[in-house]
Design a protein around this ligand. Structure first.
Ligand code: GDP
Ligand code: MN
Length: 389
């Protein structure tokens, strides 16, 4: 489960990683009571990345612009997610941006330090310059320095970056996290470092051991709902089981009920069933993304069956949205390392359309036309662990 940026930064502040003064905004009207001096940066608090590119991070110079920007951000979906909260932060003049992360390498079962001298929004550049150091023995400051030097840093920056890495590592271990990431770590012209963006993935199985994390995660519960002004809300079949491992997405209520029935009859264990809007043939693409995102976050989920009935154009649109969603996941995965991606079984009925699964050799994606076969495969895959690669 990913925390929101402001929550990650609370944990950063506690452990002594430098963060800027900031304030949470739950409504554009609260901007008037902002205590920070302008210029200020307003940031959408959603759990998906790429906010900068999608317009979810805006710099403002005065109250009027800030109110307008806040309104825009509240109504902006990023990969299907709407913010419930914005973070207003002092602006920081970064001369240089670095990328830092601590992740668990699932194969080696060891923490890995990641660092790139080219942090920021250009994921490709970040990746190209990525350095990694496996922490294969008890942690010592040596590991952080080793990373900083591999990143090509010099002088005082080696010390300040390795200190941050050490604190990130402490946090990672203390709270049993899956990921601690800072991108970017801003470096000012006088060499001071500041965590401008933060990401923390909490390990689902470890939450119960950490009261403070439990509390943070509980605040995320209804973070996904779009504002009521937008009529693209996902519907949920009023039925779900905690023990289930198979998520279902359909584009119509009766189709959803029939699918559930068939899955149960075949001894599958559905956990949740989401329905995309019924206003065929216009699909709101963010609904599919949002549905996939929501299901992926559910605890025991292993596989998602997407069962769509529609005309050729509708199915084609679904295929396109699915393709770009998966592409986005792949990019995110290479950027942050290991993450859970469920098996996805796509059944596009009526479209007579081939979804090219070979585009995603590293994911477990299956396009199956025949509904019975699709259900059978989904149930079988749901018994396997979700792919973490
Ligand atoms: P992301 O796109 O979701 O990763 O959002 P970020 O929080 O990383 O913001 C996107 C970009 O905005 C960052 O890469 C920075 O370049 C810039 N940015 C974010 N916060 C600040 C800030 O406080 N000061 C300055 N100067 N730039 C910032
Ligand atoms: Mn970022």
């Amino acid at each position: 489960m990913d925390l929101l940026e402001y929550q990650a930064k609370e944990l950063f502040r506690e452990i002594g990683i430098p963060v800027l003064p900031s304030q949470r905004i739950e409504n554009p009207r609260e901007i008037k009571g902002l205590l920070l001096p302008y210029p200020v940066v307003l940031k959408s608090q959603v759990r998906v990345g790429g906010r900068g590119r999608s317009g979810g991070v805006r710099f403002v110079e005065n109250t009027i612009d800030a109110i307008a920007a806040a309104r825009t951000i509240f109504n902006l979906s990023i990969l299907g997610e709407y913010p419930k909260v914005l973070l207003a932060e002092a602006k920081y003049d970064a001369e240089r941006e670095l990328y830092l992360a601590v992740v668990l390498d699932y194969t080696a079962k060891r923490p890995v330090l990641l660092g790139s001298g080219r942090g920021g929004m250009d994921a490709e550049a970040v990746m190209q310059h990525m350095q990694q150091v496996v922490v294969n023995q008890e942690f010592s400051p040596f590991y952080g320095r080793h990373l900083a030097i591999a990143m090509g840093l010099q002088g005082q920056l080696i010390e300040s970056v390795s200190t941050i890495v050490e604190k990130m590592y402490q946090l990672f271990v203390q709270k049993d996290l899956d990921l601690v990431e800072i991108n970017p770590l801003g470096v000012s012209s006088d060499g001071k470092v500041m965590a401008l963006d933060g990401k923390i993935a909490v390990n689902d199985d470890a939450i119960e051991r950490h009261r403070d994390l439990e509390l943070l995660v509980s605040k995320l519960a209804d973070a996904k709902k779009p504002p009521s002004s937008l009529k693209t809300e996902l519907r949920r079949l009023n039925w779900s089981t905690k023990e289930g491992n198979l998520g279902i997405i359909c584009n119509d209520t009766s189709l959803a009920m029939a699918t559930l029935d068939l899955v149960s009859e075949a001894k599958g264990k559905p956990c949740e069933c989401l329905i995309l809007g019924e206003d065929i043939p216009t699909l709101h693409p963010q609904q599919l993304e949002s549905a996939l995102e929501q299901l992926t976050q559910s605890k025991n989920l292993k596989a998602i069956l997407v069962n769509i009935l529609g005309n050729a154009a509708y199915c084609e649109e679904i295929a396109t949205v699915m393709g770009s969603y998966l592409q986005e996941r792949v990019e995110k995965k290479t950027a942050i390392g290991a993450m859970k991606i469920p098996h996805i079984i796509l059944r596009l009925g009526g479209g007579n359309l081939d979804f090219d699964v070979d585009r995603f050799p590293d994911l477990s994606i299956h396009a199956i036309d025949n509904l019975d076969n699709a259900i059978e495969r989904a149930i079988a895959l749901a018994k396997l662990p979700a792919k973490t690669s």
